[in-house]
Ligand binder design. Structure first.
Ligand code: AMP
Length: 213
């Protein structure tokens, strides 16, 4: 099964993507995580991506598409995957579509986790991330067992630079201009499923499961 998660930054698509990946035993592929791992390791790709990420801008398509296509070509993706944060532009979606067509394949579902901007702004300020293992939490909705400490690896949790209030506004603008058109794109293909992302994490997951059948 090949699934794309759509939704504004902070809509909870990453959390849902991980839950879907666990349930179906398929990889959770997050371009944001791949970029962050590269930043952490100080690679040239990471240094380039950081320039855009810190400003709440999208990393250029050429760079993003290449890392995504390399990732999904790996053996562990042969039975499917959940894409989280890709595609974020129409050209990215077209490249993915064409790459899949070449191997007689296609995306099965594009799940749109729908959350209004007001809720997003409130959520992002409470989000905390572990820069070591990539786990994410929310001070109110998904708190770690010990405040400020990652349940999975015990490192300190931080408010990511790109979740800081000054960056959230520009990320939402970028989302509406560049990513939201993907909703019509996948709707036209008949694979778009929209779920109400304002409900609790478990309710949203139940709605997604109903969609996936
Ligand atoms: P995320 O963790 O998905 O919210 O991504 C964090 C940041 O990484 C985004 O704000 C972008 O700067 C960059 N990024 C992640 N995925 C993409 C993508 N598909 N296209 C361009 N930039 C991306």
């Amino acid at each position: 099964m090949k699934i794309i998660m759509l939704g504004a930054p902070g809509a909870g698509k990453g959390t849902q993507a991980k839950m879907i990946a666990d349930k179906y035993g398929i990889p959770h592929v997050s371009t944001g995580d791949i970029f962050r791992a590269n930043i952490k390791n100080g690679t040239p790709l990471g240094m380039e991506a950081k320039k855009y990420m810190d400003q709440g801008l999208l990393v250029p398509d050429e760079l993003t598409v290449k890392i995504l296509l390399d990732r999904v070509a790996k053996e562990d993706c042969s039975c499917g995957y959940v894409l989280d944060g890709f595609p974020r532009t129409i050209p990215q979606a077209e490249v993915l579509d064409n790459a899949l067509k070449e191997i007689n394949d296609k995306i099965d579902f594009a799940i749109n986790v729908d959350v209004p901007d007001e809720n997003i702004i409130k959520r992002m300020g409470g989000r905390r991330a572990c820069l070591n293992c990539g786990a994410t939490y929310h001070v109110e909705y998904i708190p770690p067992k010990t405040e400020g400490i990652c349940d999975a690896c015990g490192r300190e949790l931080v408010l990511r630079d790109d979740d800081k209030p000054e960056t959230v506004g520009s990320r939402l603008d970028v989302y509406h201009k560049q990513t939201q058109p993907l909703i019509d794109f996948y709707n036209a293909k008949g694979i778009l499923k929209t779920v109400d992302g304002t409900a609790g994490m478990k309710e949203v997951f139940a709605a997604i499961n109903a969609v996936l059948g």
